[in-house]
Design a protein around this ligand. Structure first.
Ligand code: DGJ
Length: 761
């Protein structure tokens, strides 16, 4: 780029000199020299240099199989997205792409990499702001870029853009994870105007696509029915998927989506991107299909009620948009994201998890020390590794005996636990298990000492009644004093009780009453500052306790996103643990999150067999929340055996590659498998749902195995009476080639049955 600018400068200067001192011989000589010089430049130029404009310069962000290419246009110095898709053999071919001038409209139809508002952009902008002088427009021209190589796998390309007339700079950051084929994008905005300026739109990412058709797969939820999948064709105009729930990003809509290009994609076929926003608050995904059938996808914080004032010199950083491009369907996209999550997106994603027994569903708020130590005995008896004390252990003046009091007062309830947490931890450790604890530190009950002592720390509207949800209000995490309080709740608890080996962090309401005493005249900062305040607390906890496992919970799946998950080892996918519902819920999460991150508990929910519940919980991070002391002897034996099986195969489920073989959205069954990286071990889960009488199921062709290896098939989790779940092929051996081309009969056709197969080389 620098070379190109300088070359043009020389040419222009020569022209000026020729005009000033006219001498026909000299003029001929200089003219000849100019022609040679221009020819030389044109050989460097990849653009339209015959017209005298600067050459285009291409910036490629590549992963192993994907290229995202930007173009600095020689015509106008702006940055355009030139290409996104499968890796090109040679990106210089992009210079040959002709730009077709439109008959009526802007002079040239190209895709601005980060479209602004107010000048020539006619569609949704990525960024919009008002300058100090009231000018509501922004123009961004390329200034420079640099490539930061973090290690052999990760590079960050920083592209600096600037307004030619106003001191506003925008840096596009594009982080490429080569082996995982994942790209992360975020933006930093900084200005040097005399006074603060206001930004109204501030996307993390803007991507463009040119396909004949676009199919959007979105995931929507409600409490107990998380991650329902829906695919539809995008039509002309704007489609928005967003959240306005403040602290809950994902209760109604998930920020994860698939965008299939040209035609619908399935597990193994089709070109698509899978994208998601790493932000635990209001988000917006905007899909705009224009009159040329080009699609722009703008992802970021929801600008709704969130204009933000930025101080001179203080950068505003957006959250990251994370995406992967797949030319082999949704299966590959999920595996890319899972690998990325394990290595970069999830706290300790490559490590182990602790199968646990929670006491919540067997005791709710009614327990004492004896009841808890009995449950610890059950934890040990089942072969589990951690006992979790859930809600109800705190509050004295306002004891937490139901959900209307106590939150905010994080002192041990002396009536229930007279010997404190230390005693509980000791009892757990004496049994060879670890101890974990539930907290909900962003909240307060009006019936609490905290509510009385710090009314200014609570989000509530002036002149309006307080709006409760589950009888509670939210603390104002935009306020640094509240951040300090929340950090100290956790830090105090863990330093006083160093035996705490696990934290379940709950958040049982969305944000209403959106008013912060602390923010004064900047109320529109609340949605953003709340989430950043939460991150700053989590960051401090993570710095101090870098490997303390934490479960992200928000009334089930109210907050499941990669913004928070870098601080959490796992998440509570839903309060609904009825296994038929869970198959769909876990299926939905599996598109974006690895099994190791999804907590699935065997509980009393639903009327299905214990085996079915167990087999469903096993496809993830398995735990229990059940009265073990009420189990029959057979159920106990079955469960002990299942836990032992799980410990043997969990590594494959947690760290293996997922292949979704039969979707519950397409058949009356769901079949999926995990294969380890050496391809010498796999686990297959087959669930029969509401099948009809006389329905038959085809053989299932396996995936991801080594065709040359021979595998032994062994059904596990067989009920104690020894009856296999269906016409089992257990005990037989087949080559990977056979299993992947001919397939296996798996499972039974009887409704609500399941089978699990351990497949070993
Ligand atoms: C909601 C969670 O999702 C449950 O698992 C449990 O922890 C309750 N909160 C406790 O109040």
């Amino acid at each position: 780029m620098f070379f190109s600018n300088q070359s043009l400068y020389i040419c222009v200067n020569y022209k000026i000199k020729i005009n000033r001192k006219y001498n026909p011989f000299q003029a001929m000589k200089k003219l000849l020299f100019s022609i040679i010089l221009i020819c030389t430049i044109s050989s460097f130029s990849m653009g339209l240099s015959q017209t005298g404009q600067l050459p285009d310069v291409f910036i490629t962000v590549g992963t192993l199989n994907t290229d995202l290419v930007y173009k600095v246009s020689g015509r106008d110095g702006k940055l355009y997205q030139s290409y996104l898709g499968s890796k090109l053999l040679n990106t210089s071919t992009l210079s040959k792409v002709s730009i077709i001038p439109l008959y009526y409209g802007p002079p040239v139809a190209e895709h601005l990499a980060y479209a602004t508002f107010g000048t020539d952009n006619l569609f949704e902008p990525a960024i919009r702001m008002t300058h100090n002088d009231g000018n509501p427009s922004l123009e961004l021209k390329y200034v420079s870029h640099n490539i930061e190589k973090q290690d052999a796998n990760v590079t960050i390309t920083h592209i600096l853009l600037k307004d030619p007339e106003y001191p506003v700079e925008v840096t596009l950051n594009i982080k490429a994870f080569s082996a995982e084929d994942v790209i992360e994008q975020w933006v930093e905005i900084v200005h040097k105007e005399a006074k603060p300026l206001t930004i109204y739109n501030y996307a993390s990412s803007m991507l463009h696509f040119d396909a004949s058709k676009y199919w959007l797969t979105q995931f929507h939820s409600k409490w107990g029915e998380e991650m329902k999948m829906k695919e539809s064709e995008l039509t002309s105009g704007i489609k928005i998927i967003d959240s306005k729930l403040g602290a809950w990003a994902t209760m109604y809509q998930s920020p994860g989506f698939f965008l299939s290009l040209n035609e619908k994609s399935d597990e193994n076929n089709g070109e698509l991107i899978a994208g998601t926003l790493a932000w635990s608050g209001n988000f917006q995904l905007l899909f705009e299909l224009d009159e040329k059938n080009s699609l722009r996808v703008i992802s970021g914080i929801n600008p709704f009620a969130s204009e933000y004032t930025i101080q001179p010199g203080k950068p505003f950083k957006t959250p990251s948009f994370i995406f992967t491009f797949s030319n082999h369907g949704k299966g590959l996209a999920s595996r890319n994201l899972h690998r990325w999550a394990a290595n970069y997106g999830l706290m300790d994603g490559t490590k182990e998890r602790l199968p646990l027994l929670n006491m919540w569903e067997s005791t709710v708020y009614e327990f004492d020390e004896k009841r808890l130590t009995d449950i610890m005995d059950d934890t040990k008896k089942l072969g589990l590794e951690l006992f979790l004390i859930d809600d109800g252990w705190f509050g004295n003046k306002y004891p937490r005996n139901n959900d209307s009091s106590g939150i905010g007062d994080w002192q041990v309830n002396t009536a229930k636990l007279p010997n404190g947490l230390g005693y509980q931890i000791k009892e757990a450790n004496n049994r060879g298990i670890k101890f974990g604890i539930w907290i909900e530190p962003e909240m307060v009950n009006p019936r609490s000492e905290l509510y009385k002592s710090h009314p200014d720390w609570i989000l509530k509207l002036p002149n309006r009644p307080e709006h409760y949800f589950r009888n509670q209000l939210m603390l104002d995490l935009s306020n640094p004093k509240v951040q300090e309080f929340v950090f100290n709740v956790v830090d105090g608890m863990v330093t006083t009780n160093p035996g705490i080996a696990y934290i379940k962090w709950d958040c049982n309401r969305m944000m209403t009453n959106p008013y912060s005493v602390y923010l004064k005249d900047k109320q529109s900062h609340l949605y953003i500052d709340y989430v950043n305040g939460l991150y700053s607390v989590l960051d401090r906890i993570h710095q101090k306790y870098p490997h303390l496992p934490m479960m992200l919970c928000a009334s089930g799946g109210g907050r499941v996103d990669y913004g928070a998950l870098r601080y959490f080892t796992e998440f509570w996918a839903s309060d609904n643990s009825e296994p038929l519902s869970r198959i769909y819920i876990q299926w939905g999460y599996s598109y974006f999150f690895p099994a190791i991150s999804v907590c699935n508990h065997v509980t009393a929910w639903g009327k299905t067999s214990l085996k079915f519940k167990t087999d469903v919980a096993m496809m993830g991070n398995m735990g229990y929340d059940l009265r073990i002391n009420k189990m029959t002897e057979n159920d106990l034996k079955f469960s002990q055996n299942a836990v032992a099986n799980y410990k043997r195969i969990r590594d494959v489920i947690w760290h293996g590659d997922l292949y979704r073989l039969i979707s519950p959205y397409e058949e009356h069954r769901a079949v999926l498998m995990y294969v380890n990286s050496e391809k010498n071990k796999a686990v297959l889960f087959a669930y029969t749902l509401n099948s009809r009488l006389f329905e038959t199921f085809n053989r299932v062709r396996l995936q991801g195995l080594d065709p040359d290896k021979t595998y032994k098939i062994q059904e596990i989790n067989v009920p104690v009476d020894g009856a296999p779940s269906g016409p089992s092929e257990s005990g037989k051996s087949y080559t990977g080639d056979y299993l992947m081309k001919i397939g296996l009969n798996v499972g039974s056709v009887s409704p609500v049955t399941s089978s699990v197969f351990e497949i070993t080389e």
